[in-house]
Ligand binder design. Structure first.
Ligand code: UT7
Length: 334
């Protein structure tokens, strides 16, 4: 098959990197900040601690650069052959001026162009589709996709319903043409904006520009109606995952790993049950990192990289603000 004279290739993940800050924000520390308890947080979310980038002078780009450099070191390669850098994030360094451009310059990807992608907790999942499509088409050969969020910069640490979930982190993957038959296989993505206020930062955008009033009302922090998001996440994540498994003839035996967004262990457990999957086949690190938004999926890959084998069948699933959600199927290429 040819597209504009170019051969259709198969995109594969060929390297992974990750970074989480050193500072740990434990449940016990949160007990001293809001009316909550370690027991409540563990039983309702599965989270024990999360990492926080305390330095006020360091932003999401810092997490992204660290993750990208980790990938480049592990891959023993330099950044100058990268064609495109995408940063999936809801916490860009600046409102205007793509974080990805700064990250690309900082890591020495001087031959790349760069842009940010915002689809909240589904940002990395959607980003994989964009990266894979560019590589599949033959338009670009090396796409560096980073998911990074400094969630602590938008969390209100007096709001116990939201602050207990989120943490900071960054993860990166490199998409290149596959050298074997493995790589990006299929995707099934959805969105529904009718309930967007259930998980949002209300002000600072064009709908409610920053004003004294919006600042006083606390509209610049992330806020969620947890129950609504929870319900949607459980039902929709399992629906799209079932669909992607069905159309790729995957069953609970043939799938090697479910790679689910880490928002709440109860959401992951409910999805696992609905798919009747063995919990050993479900990647999980929420206990230590909490919900790092766009960074959860690459941080999982980074943590499980040594366990993965060529040909392993991975199904990704995510649900996030917007609402945005979906599932994807990828076979591991290295
Ligand atoms: O990644 C993006 C998407 N985000 C998500 O997927 C998050 C989805 N939502 C959730 O994970 C959960 O809804 C939460 C963890 C946010 C909340 O858990 P929940 O089991 O849904 O709790 P709830 O909101 O139903 O609250 C139950 C009770 C309430 O008290 P009453 O009304 O029963 O007296 C809350 O006020 O727990 C109370 N509560 C807390 N208690 C101690 C809420 N937050 C806390 C807290 N510590 N941090």
């Amino acid at each position: 098959m040819h597209l504009k004279g170019k051969k259709i290739l198969k995109a594969a993940i060929t390297a992974v990197g990750g970074y989480t800050p050193k500072t740990i924000l434990s449940n016990h520390k949160l007990e001293t900040m809001v009316d909550t308890s370690d027991e409540w947080i563990r039983s309702r979310t599965g989270i024990k601690e999360r990492r926080i980038l305390l330095d006020e002078n360091k932003a999401t780009s810092y997490l992204a650069i660290k993750a990208a450099k980790d990938l480049l070191n592990k891959k023993k390669t330099t950044a100058n052959t990268i064609d495109l850098v995408i940063v999936a994030t809801v916490t860009p360094d600046l409102h205007v001026a793509a974080t990805a451009a700064y990250v690309a310059s900082s890591i020495g990807a001087k031959n790349a162009f760069a842009f940010d992608l915002n689809a909240a907790c589904s940002g990395f999942l959607y980003g994989m589709s964009v990266a894979a499509a560019y590589v599949n088409s033959g338009q670009y050969k090396k796409v560096l996709l980073i998911g990074a969020d400094k969630m602590s910069s938008i969390v209100d640490y007096t709001d116990r319903t939201t602050c207990i979930i989120f943490g900071d982190g960054g993860g990166a993957v490199l998409f290149e043409p596959s050298l074997n038959k493995n790589g990006w296989e299929d995707e099934y993505f959805r969105s529904d904006g009718s309930d967007r206020m259930s998980l949002r930062i209300k002000a600072g955008g064009s709908l409610h520009p920053t004003s004294k009033d919006t600042l006083e009302k606390g509209w610049h922090n992330i806020h969620q109606d947890g129950k609504t998001v929870f319900k949607y996440a459980v039902s929709e994540m399992s629906k799209v995952t079932k669909e992607i498994m069905k159309r790729n003839q995957l069953d609970k035996e043939s799938i090697d790993y479910l790679v689910p967004h880490q928002a709440n262990k109860r959401i992951i457990d409910a999805t696992t049950q609905r798919l009747d999957l063995n919990p050993n086949k479900v990647m999980m690190n929420i206990e230590y990192f909490g919900n790092t938004t766009a960074a959860t999926l690459p941080l999982l890959l980074n943590d499980y990289e040594n366990k993965l084998n060529i040909g392993d069948k991975l199904v990704f699933a995510a649900f996030g603000g917007g609402f945005t959600w979906g599932a994807a199927y990828l076979t591991w290429a290295y």
